[in-house]
Design a protein around this ligand. Structure first.
Ligand code: NI
Length: 172
């Protein structure tokens, strides 16, 4: 197991479109284990492989609270096959945009098809925070961040502040 460094926006590597995984091998399982460890250690509820500079279509999520037993879900090549007609706004954050939150409107529930840890094709219906999280992580695989869903004015403010704090870190 290993904890990876999470890329912080703005970073061109976060905009790369990730590639499909041919088969869930031991190497991919190792990646998912490392991603879960990285996500838990950063206190996140979801992580996509491009956030650790691995450009494969792999996401991990666990929306259960800290005090409860972990319920990790690993998805390879996740694909949304159904969305609800109803949309809901939800405050989103991201480990690649630390400390910033913004309201994003997405379908309330989704149905997703993916390869699981055992390389089996699975389907999952999700709503609530799990549906938000899965859609947010799948966006990462296409180089989309939650700030790409908000106004360019708000997005630029957040990205400018992040650039500033990165520069500050580099000189201290
Ligand atoms: Ni994110």
């Amino acid at each position: 197991m290993a904890i990876y460094t999470i890329l912080i926006a703005p970073d061109p590597r976060l905009k790369i479109k990730s590639e499909l995984v041919k088969e869930v091998t031991d190497e991919v399982r190792q990646l998912m284990d490392d991603m879960l460890e990285t996500m838990y250690s950063a206190g996140g509820i979801g992580l996509a492989a491009p956030q650790i500079d691995v450009h494969k279509r792999v996401i991990v999520v666990d929306v259960v609270g800290n005090d409860e037993n972990p319920q990790p879900v690993c998805m390879v090549n996740p694909e949304i096959i159904e969305v609800s007609e109803e949309d809901l706004p939800h405050d989103e954050g991201c480990l690649s945009l630390p400390e910033y939150f913004s309201e994003v409107i997405r379908p309330t529930s989704v149905r997703v098809r993916y390869l699981n840890y055992e390389n089996k094709i699975c389907e999952l219906g999700a709503d609530g925070i799990l549906a938000v999280c899965i859609q947010h992580e799948i966006d990462h695989l296409d180089g989309i961040l939650f700030v790409d869903h908000i106004s360019s004015l708000k997005r630029n403010i957040i990205l400018r502040k992040l650039t500033k704090s990165k520069k500050h870190e580099a000189i201290t």
